[in-house]
Design a binder for this molecule. Structure first.
Ligand code: NI
Length: 196
């Protein structure tokens, strides 16, 4: 396993929709090693998720996890390690959440994005088994952010207001407390990943 370099906004891989994996590709030693490296790279960089094209790999593959208190998102609850091959997202209901997102490929910035509060995620696990999940709250936000990567989109494409784009320093100093209060007031659904 190794930590791979994460590419940043402007790299063409981030704007190229990824390709679905065939069962043979998913089972291959190269892609299995890529999965291990995505997990190691995400953990080393304190990400909440990482998509394959963020390390310039062309596959429709991403990983998600929040372990303990994540230094980049100390206000987020833990989420179990989840590996998604060929994910497809469907919204559940009309409720949306406005969250300040960050991205390892857009270093040093945060911005406000509206996401579905609950989603269904159909995918394959690393062994090629069908994996149907429901994600709620913060988990739904992270899944939508990562699947956007796989479609060639960044969170900055979806800002509810371009003026919400702030540096992490300004976020901590000027934005964070007020936003967390709005999250409490809005009553976000509990962060959950439900296996169906
Ligand atoms: Ni990202």
């Amino acid at each position: 396993m190794s930590v791979r370099p994460v590419v940043t906004a402007g790299h063409p891989a981030l704007r190229t929709p990824t390709r679905a994996l065939t069962p043979e590709e998913l089972a291959s030693p190269d892609v299995q090693a890529l999965i291990d490296d995505l997990v190691e790279t995400m953990r080393a960089a304190n990400g909440a998720g990482l998509a394959a094209n963020q390390v310039a790999a062309p596959h429709r593959l991403c990983v998600i996890e929040i372990r303990g208190v994540n230094p980049r998102y100390p206000f987020f609850p833990e989420l179990p390690l989840t590996i998604l091959a060929n994910p497809r997202i469907t919204p559940l209901g009309d409720e949306t959440l406005e969250g300040y997102e960050g991205c390892l490929s857009v270093p040093g910035m945060r911005g406000l994005v509206a996401r579905h509060a609950r989603v269904r995620v159909e995918s394959r696990d690393r062994h090629g088994q069908r994996q149907d999940l429901e994600a709620h709250g913060v988990a739904a936000v992270v899944f939508q952010h990562e699947v956007d990567h796989l479609d060639g989109r960044l969170f900055t494409d979806r800002l509810v207001d371009p003026r919400s784009l702030v540096t992490t320093e300004s976020f901590d100093r000027w934005v964070r407390d007020e936003w967390l209060e709005s999250v409490r007031t809005a009553g976000w659904p509990e962060a959950r990943i439900v296996r169906l």
